[in-house]
Ligand binder design. Structure first.
Ligand SMILES: C[S@@+](CC[C@H](N)C(=O)[O-])C[C@H]1O[C@@H](n2cnc3c(N)ncnc32)[C@H](O)[C@@H]1O
Length: 258
């Protein structure tokens, strides 16, 4: 993995690069790594122009929770991109478990490199990747290149409840609601659906935090030298839960490319 990919992955998971090799251990109890999976399934069912064999692209697919479940539920053909090998191995196993290996393809590649070429998917999903492409305007500009005209873009992220800016690493792209929508529709694409995700995510995030904490303690008992990095990671995760609850309204958007 290149240094650039490594930094991008570490940033997306809010983890110190030194701890990255231990992330598969720490996150072993989680399949979904941040996306609002049940609500993605729900919002997709409202898109009546999608049908079996719809071609979807799942950028930063992690352990394949979104790709595998959409393939299993709707018969979609999913391509998942991620650069974290142990996550992709899990994704492959899940595809076997759900009987969708014929519908899912997982590619080990930096997602920036993948989207540097245009594609003509029916639907592209960016779930729990935050500001990986910068502002929402830049994100839309990039995601547009991955779907054909009339194709769909799903973004699982959120907007600021009270302010128009948040001074926290990795949260620079967040804006208030009006400015977020302005950026999402800047190029004339149509926002066709939105679901608020905060209520559901709140409990799940706390549940996940407990699971990660437990694995953290286990890892510290075997590798005491990692204590500081693990403690820092758990602290950041707990802080993230607070920020998500107090500052950000989680939202899932469906945009149709004009
Ligand atoms: C927060 S997780 C979300 C995973 C998945 N969408 C989910 O919700 O289960 C972010 C994922 O993006 C991947 N990632 C981050 N930057 C990447 C990059 N530049 N290229 C490929 N994958 C990347 C990480 O490895 C991780 O699996």
């Amino acid at each position: 993995m290149s240094t650039k990919s490594e930094k991008s992955i570490a940033d997306s998971l809010e983890v110190n690069k030194r701890l990255l090799p231990h992330i598969p251990f720490l996150l072993q109890d989680l399949w979904v790594l941040g996306s609002s999976i049940d609500q993605i399934i729900e919002i997709v069912s409202s898109l009546n122009s999608l049908y079996p064999l719809t071609k979807i692209l799942d950028l930063g697919c992690g352990k394949g929770a979104v790709s595998v479940q959409l393939a299993a539920r709707y018969g979609f053909q999913a391509v998942g991109i991620d650069a974290m090998t142990p996550f992709l191995e899990e994704a492959e196993k899940k595809a076997v478990e759900y009987n969708v290996t014929h519908l899912c393809q997982f590619i080990n590649q930096d997602l920036h490199e993948y989207v540097s070429n245009d594609h003509d998917y029916d639907l592209v999903i960016l779930a729990a990747l935050g500001g990986i492409f910068g502002s929402f305007k830049n994100t839309i500009a990039k995601l547009q290149t991955q779907v054909h005209t009339g194709g769909f873009i799903i973004i699982d992220d959120g907007y600021l409840k009270k302010h128009n800016q948040l001074d926290r690493k990795g949260y620079e792209h967040y804006k208030n609601y009006d400015n977020t929508i302005r950026e999402l529709t800047f190029f004339g694409d149509r926002l066709i659906n939105q679901i608020d995700t905060s209520t559901v995510s709140k409990n799940i995030n706390r549940e996940y935090l407990d699971l990660i904490k437990r694995r953290g303690e286990e890892l510290i008992s075997k590798h005491h030298e990692l204590k500081k990095d693990i403690d820092d990671y758990i602290r950041l995760q707990a802080e993230e839960c607070d920020v998500l609850e107090n500052e950000i309204e989680g939202a899932l958007w469906v945009i149709r490319k004009r």
